[in-house]
Write a protein that binds this ligand. Structure first.
Ligand SMILES: [Zn+2]
Length: 90
């Protein structure tokens, strides 16, 4: 309904923008209106969080290092996020 409203009254919004906004609103790894991520969080850093997969792990000990700020790819991350990712891996 919101997407219909936005497209009807604000046709300058691109479909990519709406898809990106929808993906961020339903992201399991992000804080949504101060609600914690829906995945089990092991550790919370200043820029990243360490969490377990919601479904079956691929290998024993499988976990994710996820930027707190929603990004489509880690290529979008700033240097301070990359630094924290590198420190988390060690
Ligand atoms: Zn996210």
């Amino acid at each position: 309904m919101l997407n219909f409203f936005l497209i009807s009254f604000f046709p300058f919004f691109s479909l990519d923008y709406l898809k990106s906004k929808r993906a961020q609103e339903t992201c399991l790894y992000c804080y949504q209106d101060s609600n914690p991520p829906q995945v089990p969080v092991i550790s919370l850093g200043t820029k990243t969080l360490l969490c377990l997969p919601l479904k079956q792990e691929m290998i024993p000990g499988h976990c994710f290092i996820v930027p707190i700020q929603h990004v489509l790819s880690t290529l979008e991350c700033d240097d301070d996020v990359w630094t924290e990712i590198r420190v988390s891996k060690t």
